[in-house]
Design a protein around this ligand. Sequence first.
Ligand code: PLP
Length: 381
Amino acid sequence: MKKIPFNKPYITGQEIRYISEAIASSSLAGDGVFTKKCQAFFEHHYGFNKCLLTTSCTDALEMAAILFDIQPGDEVIVPSFTFVSTANAFVLRGAKIVFADSEEYSPNIDASKIESLITPKTKAIVVVHYGGIACEMDEIMDIAQRHKLYVVEDAAQAIDSFYKGKPLGSIGHLAAFSFHETKNIVSGEGGLLVINDEQFFERAEIIREKGTNRGMFSRGEVNKYEWTDVGSSFLPSDMIAAFLWAQIEQIEQIQSQRQKVWLQYHQQLQPLADNQKIGLLPVAFTKQHNANLFCIITQSAEERTQLIAFLKHRHIASAFHYLSLHKSPFYARYHDSRILKNADKFTERLLRLPFYSELTTEDVFQVTESINAFYSSNAHQ
Ligand SMILES: Cc1ncc(COP(=O)(O)O)c(C=O)c1O
């Protein structure tokens, strides 16, 4: 039986060529030619107001926390079922995280529960588009507007996804994307801050450049560059951007291959879902997703453990995902006593299947066939 890894970053073959070009240009630091090309692509292709490449999505989220001027004691509403950076970026500024539960059938934040979490100290809402499937953005933006709160879209997994025709990342005041090797387009590590609200344009550029107005200096707008604000080194070298440019050039091919894999999984696993053996994430037609991952929901934590072992025995790698942050060793002591049952359910029962653009039709069949074999045997009892 063929060995099927969990992830295999897609390499276009042009990465080395563009990195060589960056080297030949003798301009290796940040904001070089390739950085500008990548940023311009995201701005034009998705209509994002202003884009700044960062070295990771984590960095982009940390920039968002600084831009929102989060102060010690401010409260930020964050889903519990997410990656640590979604919350940590705000904890670094002294925020209290108020964890929100997921929806019943999807790991996305339950928009209907957000309003009850708002207090006079609430400053921002962070949403995570799990697996590139959009959160209920109309509802969330409406709540934010009524309570004068900022919204950041943690769109780490959501490049090329849409909500009612709008690209994800274009809806919140700010958005953060990841180009880590498990994402649809990659640069090893890498990220992007999208600034939709113009009030943050100037300060974002300064924060990303160690708190200096170097950007203005490079454009000849000031005659020396100075320390004007807080900041850090959030910008990537142009070699990272050169790598990303090669990926951007092939985004359409990458996406069509990933969509094909996603559809195959979906069609082949739907019968098990119809028989209520497994759960699948709902995808409304208003939420055109980017085929970032494919996951199933098992009936119990034990069943998931058995299925992982069963697949491993057949040389198939599978992986669970986030662990509820409100129960984490670091944050459990600060969490109020609310039970977040859906976040815990996805922590215990969500299982991601191998997913990458070069997964063949035979590979997908090997995986779904094995899952079918598991559920029709006694292996899971
Ligand atoms: C929802 C979410 N936010 C943020 C991140 C952090 O991304 P990065 O590794 O680019 O910092 C991840 C990582 O996968 C993630 O899943």
